[in-house]
Design a protein. Sequence first.
Length: 578
Amino acid sequence: MVALVDSQQSLRPQRRLTLQTAEIAPDSFAIRCLDWDRDRFDIEFDLQNGTTYNSFLIRGDQLALIDTSHRKFRELYLDYLFQQVDPAELSYLIVNHTEPDHSGLVEEILDWAPHITVVGSKVAIQFLENMVHRPFTSMVVKSGHQLDLGRGHELEFVSAPNLHWPDTIFTYDAGTNVLYTCDVFGMHYCNDFLYDEVPDLMEADFQYYYDCLMGPNARSVLMALKRIDKFSVDLIATGHGPLLQHHRADWVERYRDWSQNQTQSETFVALFYRDEYGYSDRIVRAIADGIAKTGVAVELVDLTVADSHEVRELVKYAAGLVIGMPPQTDQIAAAHPGLSTILATATSRQAIGLFETGGGQDEPIYPLRNQFREIGLTEAFPPILIKTAPNEATDQLCDEAGTDLGQWLIQNQMKKPGKSLDSDLDRALGRISNGLYIVTAKKNDVSSAMLASWVIQASLNPLGVAIAVSKDRAIESLLHVGDCFVLNVLEEARYQPLMRHFLKRFPPGADRFAGVETYTAFNGSPILAESLAYMECEVTSRLDCSDHWIVYGTVQTGRVAKRDGLTAVHHRKAGNHY
């Protein structure tokens, strides 16, 4: 055991880090890094029982390492690993998920075994390329792909996106009936038990973990469960907590029951695309991000691996559909079972959005659009046409299109109750008055703006302002830490034209500054020529406040155009709307 003690703070509790290793199946070994005293994990978890980071080694004719560990275990983990194997013998590093608690030592593995082939989903490999900043040999896998290590260890991979990152895969060893799932079925629970021998001790942590990470993606959980139902599983080797052997069927059924209950009333969008064709991956992520901003769930479906039953079930219950154009060789509805199933199942109660993927052989988008119109679906955004390689402006267009779809569903499907003026609390809150401002921002070729009234000065040293930005605002993606913006102050005597202009509903990708006189700030953002004053700011922090972000920016410079002018003030009668 290694105890970490801060010599400057002798009263500080010791942080215990230990290693537990065991053979869990023939030629299959667990390397469990036990973090006994960790009391918080990301923002979601207040940990009561520490956690573990589980990694695995399979010895066939070729050696495969499945996931690594947290960087805090660097010395313990690498010392043990390289006592067991010669780095030159490592053939594959399988990365089921790239979150740092599982991939924290990938760089070190590449240092010791630069010849190794890194195996993961397409998204995982992209994430790793941005993390390690060096070339490495990679193998992209998805559902159905296999890898034979020899000695009976035939691995099959299962795509499990959104559990809880878009990069997740499972790895199944047909030779040992072990399913390696990383975060899925895991729990933040640290003890000396290698397996789930005492389930009563683990139930609360197991459900808490599901509720925080998997519950928001319940429909993706059900999709993943369907994909693993065909396997004969004797052991579930998770990335956190004990391995599930004694009660594995019960743990799996809990996931199934919880997810089915959660999805019964969930409003979601089914987003269909063809993986590895054109720019579909990039476009899909941008549209999905835009939808998610509104609080609507998204289910991503790769039509190259989804079966007709799976597609039919999703379309049957989806409130919205988004479809990327496949290559023309798929003979749109005649020979492509996915698209023909969507057309046969879609109903007039749904919203639809279509996008080209820029693969060079895209099926024409307008005939399919007409077919959905004939069925009676509502077009949530105009067809997205991709004629050149996507850039940041394309990402913004797709993001805004997704947001439009999500907002349409909220307004038309969720049927939120009307705004009441009867509550004393609403009326009291409405007496908080604010000025009127236009927030503008530009990053490279992408610009945006929004009318804002929830704005305050937040600090004196340094000078800072805070702005409440709804999570479904288009400008939100331009207001991350390090980004710059301009806060334009509207004048009481002539605020209405600018307010009316920026209150308009802009189609995705539209120039919000068309017809508005602007000039460029030092930080590159637009300054409105008719503003009473402006401040150039840089975002230094963001606070998550339910349906809004509180964006705090330090003020770099500013100017007043009319010294005797007054700031326009927004008076409300109720506090449950802007």
